[in-house]
Design a protein around this ligand. Structure first.
Ligand code: GLA
Ligand code: ZN
Length: 646
């Protein structure tokens, strides 16, 4: 495991640099990320580049054996650029330009932004091409699928539609524009979703295309940067750092042409009291590993209490600094870079805490970090080790977008249901992959395909996978939409009806109301949000609704399809419901499970060079006891036990 830190030399008096680098080296830091956001120091005046300070910083770290990741500073063009090109700032929904003096506010399509970015990247990449200390590049920072409503971006959207559909007739047909007299008779009439109207008033087919466009648009910017870096500084892997936000680019497309995944990991510093709230970042980590189906990096890791966009959150409790980093490693993050070395004393983020506080006196969190660095050295043999999972969960950004565009019912959120299935299998001690729904399914035994809402070719693969002996777990809101986000004229779950052996004669979006779901053994679990009122055709009923006007109707079923099995969960249950289904499905598939793991204990196995390594993490605020292979164990809060199996 390789440990790094995010460091901003430009924020600190030079007299601190050497002491910082010494302490890093002494503590076991092997890598620093530099130059993110530093454009105004790298090109203080138009065309005048200054790499001297950065050279000095890079050399300082290199001389202590610390590698460097450089960032393109393109998230914050300097103010002289905006002064000269006031329209290089993004335009918000209300038609107003975003104000300057913040970050991430540039319009990525503005020719001046492109021109100055190109010059900056070229100059920087050339300058460091022969510098061996620079081992990788990060593009920009947390690129989002921005909604910029400037005329240029609006024009780009129209071009994107022209390329996709060829003719206005095709757009009108795809969008069903006859509704509300919305038929286009010229391309200029096509409006992106700006203005004060809520998105729900806009055509959902147009909206889905706009989300797709916004994603493609920022990915094009990212790939353009990657090309520039590779051209002028060949041989260094290139990435960008992502997080889970409202306007996420499609990660599967975003990373297709980049060399590795990096993710900003900020697990909660206070665990939710409600055990129903799935809080484990294991889900996000597995999702990130699944983007390239390979080990990945954490580019920013929780170092202290978060605060600045909101009032300050709690500081990480004892155990969290080390525990969460090792949890990331257990799920495939071979490099973990902490955000940040020291808390900023200046600027808007001065309350987003680093490893060291404002005082510059290393404290409890730093001591824990130092201990982590020691442990990290012992994990060299596991570096790059794959994680073999029998269970996969399919994920799609098309669905994420479509559910944001049309929320289905109160409390319903796409990724949350993936997370619930993930938590259910994790609770049985199993490795779980979260993969794109475009992926092949070979090698898995169970594939969860929750909320297969927007039509995709995954449907055929799922049919084949089940027919060939696999287990598929489907849920409500599958087979609902065609590829344009229009409702399919078919009884649900549409294209999945045959393999599921059930249909929903009606459905009940019950939102925050609750319904009882009774299993065949007589026990009941509470559910809510959504109820498909199911009629089993060839399927066997595993649970029925036990309240509401549809009492007695099937809620969960299992069908034989070819050599395999297809489960259908028609509602959104409490965690126990998913756990039951996971347990039944895993046992039936003959997969080993650990049925009595205490809540919060997560087990991951990585295939090291010298055999399997088992990670046992107590993701709970209290000590947990468990028995593994006949051995009694007690784990302190956030303790990670690492066992080399033979
Ligand atoms: C994000 C950004 C960082 C920093 C942190 C904390 O993850 O990438 O630059 O702003 O949040 O606020
Ligand atoms: Zn724009």
């Amino acid at each position: 495991m390789r440990i790094g830190v995010d460091y901003y030399p430009e924020h600190w008096d030079k007299s601190l640099w050497a002491a910082d680098a010494d302490l890093m080296a002494q503590t076991g830091v092997e890598l620093v990320r530099l130059a993110e956001f530093a454009w105004c120091r790298l090109e203080p005046r138009e065309g005048v580049f200054d790499f001297a300070w950065l050279d000095e910083a890079v050399a300082l770290f290199a001389s202590r054996g610390i590698d460097v990741v450089l960032c393109t500073p393109t998230s914050c063009p300097p103010l002289w650029l905006y002064e000269k090109h006031p329209d290089a700032v993004m335009v918000e929904k209300d038609g107003q330009r975003t104000r300057t003096g913040i970050r991430g506010h540039r319009c990525v399509n503005h020719p001046a932004v492109r021109m100055y970015c190109e010059r900056m990247i070229e100059a920087m990449a050339r300058h460091y091409a022969d510098n061996k200390a620079v081992i990788a590049w990060q593009i920009d920072n947390e690129l989002e699928a921005y909604f910029c409503f400037c005329e240029r971006c609006n024009g780009r959207f129209r071009e994107w539609l022209q390329a996709k559909y060829g003719s206005l007739e095709a757009v009108n047909r795809a969008y069903g524009n006859v509704v509300w007299s919305g038929e286009y008779s010229s391309w200029e009439q096509i409006q992106p979703p700006c203005g004060s109207y809520p998105h729900a008033w806009l055509n959902p087919a147009l909206m889905l295309d706009y989300y797709r466009f916004a994603s493609d648009n920022v990915i094009a910017f990212c790939n353009w940067q990657a090309e520039l870096i590779r051209r002028h500084c060949p041989g260094r892997p290139v990435t960008t750092n992502v997080w889970f936000c409202e306007h996420m680019p499609d990660f599967y497309k975003e990373f297709r042409d980049l060399d590795f995944i990096s993710y900003d990991n900020y697990p909660a510093t206070k665990l939710p009291e409600d055990p129903e709230v799935c809080c484990s970042h294991a889900f996000h980590l597995d999702l990130m590993r699944g983007v390239k189906r390979a080990p990945f990096w954490i580019m920013e890791q929780l170092s202290g209490g978060m605060g600045c966009w909101a009032p300050m959150a709690r500081m990480p409790e004892p155990g969290m600094i080390g525990g969460y980093a090792l949890q990331a490693f257990a799920h495939g993050a071979d490099t973990v870079v902490f955000f940040r070395w020291r808390t900023a004393n200046i600027g808007a983020e001065m309350h987003w805490h680093g490893l060291i506080d404002h005082s510059n006196v290393p404290g409890r969190r730093f001591r824990e970090f130092a201990e982590l660095c020691r442990r990290a050295k012992e994990l060299q043999g596991v570096q790059g080790a794959p994680i073999k999972a029998d269970v996969a969960i399919l994920c799609s950004f098309e669905n994420e977008y479509a559910f944001r565009i049309q929320p289905q019912t109160n409390g319903y959120y796409y990724l949350e249901q993936l997370q619930r299935l993930h938590a259910a299998f994790t609770a049985l001690g199993m490795n779980v992959d979260v993969i794109g729904q475009h992926e092949a399914l070979d090698g898995y035994r169970i594939v969860c395909a929750p909320e297969m809402y927007v039509a995709s070719d995954a449907s055929q693969r799922l049919h084949d996978f089940a027919a060939g002996g696999g287990t598929v777990i489907l849920t409500a809101r599958s087979g609902v939409k065609d590829e344009h986000n229009n409702a399919v004229m078919a009884q649900l779950p549409g294209v999945y009806r045959d393999m599921a052996g059930v249909y929903a004669g009606e459905y009940a979006p019950i939102g925050y109301d609750r319904v009882q779901v009774r299993f065949e053994d007589g026990t009941a679990v509470e559910a809510g949000q959504w109820c498909d009122v199911l009629t089993a055709e060839t399927a066997q009923v595993l649970a029925r609704y036990d309240s509401e006007y549809f009492k007695g109707a099937a809620a969960i079923t299992r069908n034989a399809w070819g050599e395999g099995k297809v489960y259908y969960i028609g509602t959104v249950g409490r965690q126990e419901l998913y756990r039951r289904v996971a347990c039944i499905a895993a046992k039936e598939a003959g997969l080993p499970i650990i049925p009595d793991l205490p809540a919060g204990v997560e087990i991951t196995v990585r295939r090291g060079r010298e055999g399997d390594v088992r990670f046992v993490f107590n993701h709970a605020a209290s000590a947990q006891r468990l028995t593994l292979d006949g051995q009694a164990l007690t784990l302190a809060p956030y303790e990670m036990l690492i066992q080399h199996l033979h």
